[in-house]
Design a protein around this ligand. Structure first.
Ligand SMILES: NC(=O)C1=CN([C@@H]2O[C@H](COP(=O)(O)OP(=O)(O)OC[C@H]3O[C@@H](n4cnc5c(N)ncnc54)[C@H](OP(=O)(O)O)[C@@H]3O)[C@@H](O)[C@H]2O)C=CC1
Ligand SMILES: O=C(O)[C@@H]1CCC=N1
Length: 285
């Protein structure tokens, strides 16, 4: 990608910040990035101060200047947000959406032009260049658009291309995934307190345990059940602990969690369609 590409973020929340943080550490100069939001001026100032990016309250200006427009508002705000920028969007621009559940077809319809849309599902580990991102192309996006989006998201982690219908599952699995791990860490910290460990000591041990286990999965390429068995001495502590997890149906809970998050992604997409599409013009072929 050319250095002078201008990228405008519509939305300046957690996901926009994670992407900006990763992108400005790698391929992009802060001046190439413009950030706009709905009304939170303080947040824009923070983004400028922290990352050196350009901020713009005039959405028209922000969108017109962009080669790439990244949609990063909440799905519930997406219809209003997309419709408000639609008149400024030209067919030469690439739209990248990180909106959970919202299909490329819905975005094309809301914009009402034959515009190239790439849908992406990164996660907040983009902040440190460790996102697991999946991308799909909309019907007006070419292989070149896909390659541009791949390059962009590779600045913040690994990227895989999937059929668009898989993006709901990706959202439930790896888009929301960091939160499941943080929830586990919260529980481990709570347990450490209850069993009387010093908070600082426990924090350090838990963190290294998570990092070590993740790196073992990566470095050994062994199946997680094999690695688990290597920890589990017959009649020992791990076996006793895992028996409790089984009693609480830990794996079933995790599977149900990911299925529900996947289903929620579908619901978010459908809710947007039913609430907004009558207001948007349909694109021509
Ligand atoms: N957080 C995550 O882990 C992930 C989030 N996503 C997706 O990223 C998107 C953003 O999520 P997240 O960053 O967490 O959300 P936040 O609530 O943190 O941020 C939303 C941003 O959108 C802005 N916004 C709302 N309406 C408009 C509008 N009409 N025009 C311009 N900007 C608008 C808000 O501005 P203001 O504050 O001024 O209202 C705010 O800056 C969602 O669609 C989510 O599904 C995808 C992957 C992971
Ligand atoms: O919770 C959400 O809806 C977003 C999508 C994936 C992660 N956060």
């Amino acid at each position: 990608m050319k250095r002078e590409t201008t990228i405008t973020f519509i939305g300046a929340g957690s996901m926009a910040e994670a992407l900006v943080s990763g992108m400005t550490k790698t391929l992009y100069q802060p001046e190439q990035i413009i950030i706009t939001n709905r009304c939170n001026q303080k947040r824009l100032e923070y983004m400028k101060k922290t990352y050196g990016v350009r901020i713009e309250t005039n959405k028209e200006k922000a969108v017109k200047e962009a080669d790439i427009v990244i949609l990063a508002m909440k799905p519930k705000d997406a219809a209003e947000g997309i419709i408000s920028i639609a008149p400024m969007i030209g067919e030469h621009q690439l739209i990248i959406s990180v909106l959970a559940g919202v299909t490329t077809e819905t975005i094309v319809s809301l914009i009402g032009k034959n515009v190239a849309v790439i849908r992406a599902m990164p996660n907040t580990s983009a902040t440190i260049g460790q996102s697991a991102t999946a991308i799909s192309q909309g019907r007006f996006a070419t292989e070149t658009h896909l390659a541009i989006a791949k390059t962009l998201f590779e600045t913040v982690g690994i990227v895989t291309v999937v059929p668009e219908h898989d993006l709901h599952a990706v959202t439930g699995l790896s888009g929301s995934g960091p939160a499941y791990v943080y929830y586990l860490v919260e529980a481990m910290e709570k347990a450490a307190e209850e069993i009387g460990l010093d908070r600082t000591v426990a924090k350090e041990l838990i963190l290294q345990t998570i990092i070590g286990a993740a790196q073992m999965l990566q470095a050994t390429n062994k199946h997680p059940s094999i690695l688990r068995k290597e920890v589990t001495s017959p009649g020992g502590t791990t076996e006793a602990g895992i028996q409790v997890l089984e009693r609480y149906r830990y794996q079933e809970a995790v599977v149900a969690c990911i299925k529900r998050a996947t289903e929620r992604s579908e619901e978010l997409g459908k809710a947007l369609v039913s609430s907004s599409l009558p207001r948007a013009a349909a694109p021509s072929r």
